[in-house]
Design a protein around this ligand. Structure first.
Ligand code: UD1
Length: 340
């Protein structure tokens, strides 16, 4: 298939571009490069031995989006493009709702106009909210999220469900990822957050490489095995491959909306992650337990059985693999793509 990847210059998008190309698809990327990096697209193409056209278009611009979809001939879209900083989203709710919903509206209208009705959407485990029992199962309702970022995912899932109900030709996959970390094993592409990282593993990696002095561990008094929060970390290569199998499955199956968790089914604590990263890098990660971070849940992980049963997909890589590959990327590119 010819696949348009929105946000393909970003972290998960660029890894998915490589997996799509390796699976025999042709790929074009659209990205406004606010958080993404053109170098990531170039390197993704290089890794798979293909040229990947990059369209620098902001999907918030409905006319430009319609024009793009009318010029390129694609069979399907994987929609990653969105603002994703949880803390910032709560400071700037209008900007997050306008961007994450507005870009989706432009994209859906342009897809409909051009008879493209196959879509894989980048959702998140955050849609399970604070009340879902662990492990999280796809049929849990009602969806909710403590952050504005998370609410944009809840709302977009709802919008896509309504769009498909009104026109049953749509084939849609809603993929709820847990905590994607790691990098391509080549070390050529990886996560390159702008500014101070919000997320655990990029922060640890920057401490290991000497860009930051020490890690703050948010809370040591949770009701977990070692008192620190537990999350379901998943290698970004597993996430990328999950997109490819989901796309292949919806393209081959009946028109419908499917929801699949992309997670491992296992929790790992913050201290366990630090230990694994120290082994992978051979460096000590100075850290200090500080107060809890507002909004953090103690522990959650996926029930991954639906994706395994329906897609034949399950995670293949361990937490140690995630740390090894993150370190490989970070040590080869201490300043991220700015080293290019
Ligand atoms: C966060 C978002 C989630 C989003 C995901 C991926 C929140 C509440 N949730 O998940 O919606 O989908 O990122 O972008 O922000 N930690 C530290 N020190 C740090 C950073 C993190 O101890 O400097 C701890 C956190 O308390 C947490 C764990 O590490 O227990 C993982 O944090 P993080 O990587 O930010 O992911 P989540 O909070 O699970």
């Amino acid at each position: 298939m010819r696949v348009l990847v929105t946000g393909g210059a970003g972290y998960i998008g660029s890894h998915t571009v490589v997996s799509l190309l390796e699976d025999g698809h042709e790929v074009e990327v659209v990205d406004n490069l606010v958080n993404g990096n053109a170098e990531a697209v170039r390197r993704a193409g290089e890794l798979a031995g293909a040229e990947v056209p990059l369209h620098e278009v902001d999907l918030a611009d409905a006319a430009a989006t319609a024009d793009l979809l009318s010029r390129i001939d694609v069979d399907a879209v994987i929609h990653f493009a969105a603002l994703k900083a949880v803390g910032e989203s709560t400071q700037k709710p209008l900007e997050y709702y306008a961007n994450n919903l507005g870009t989706t509206f432009s994209l859906l209208a342009a897809m409909r106009e051009n008879d493209v009705r196959t879509l894989v959407f980048s959702s998140s485990a955050t849609v399970y909210g604070e009340k879902a029992p662990v492990p999280y199962v796809e049929d849990f309702e009602p969806l909710d999220s403590s952050s504005t970022y998370g609410q944009t995912k809840v709302m977009t899932e709802r919008i896509l469900t309504d769009v498909a109900a009104a026109d049953p030709r749509w084939r849609i996959a809603l993929l709820r990822y847990f905590n994607p970390v790691g990098a391509h094993p080549s070390g050529r592409i990886g996560e390159d957050p702008r500014g101070i990282p919000n997320n655990l593993v990029p922060f640890i990696a920057q401490v290991a490489v000497g860009r930051r002095e020490k890690l703050s561990v948010f809370g040591g008094d949770y009701p977990t095995t070692d008192g620190t929060c537990e999350r379901d970390y998943i290698h970004v290569q597993d996430v990328a491959e999950g997109h490819v199998v989901a796309l292949d499955a919806i393209a081959a199956g009946d028109a419908a909306v499917h929801t699949w968790n992309l997670g491992s089914g296992q929790g790992t604590s913050v201290l366990e992650m630090i230990g694994s990263f120290e082994r992978a890098s051979g460096r000590e990660i100075p850290h200090e337990v500080v107060a809890r971070r507002a909004g953090d849940l103690p522990a959650f992980w996926a029930d991954p059985t639906k994706a395994e049963r329906e897609l034949g997909w399950r995670t293949a890589r361990s937490v140690d693999d995630m740390c090894r590959d993150t370190w490989n990327w970070q040590s080869q590119n201490p300043q991220g793509y700015a080293d290019a």
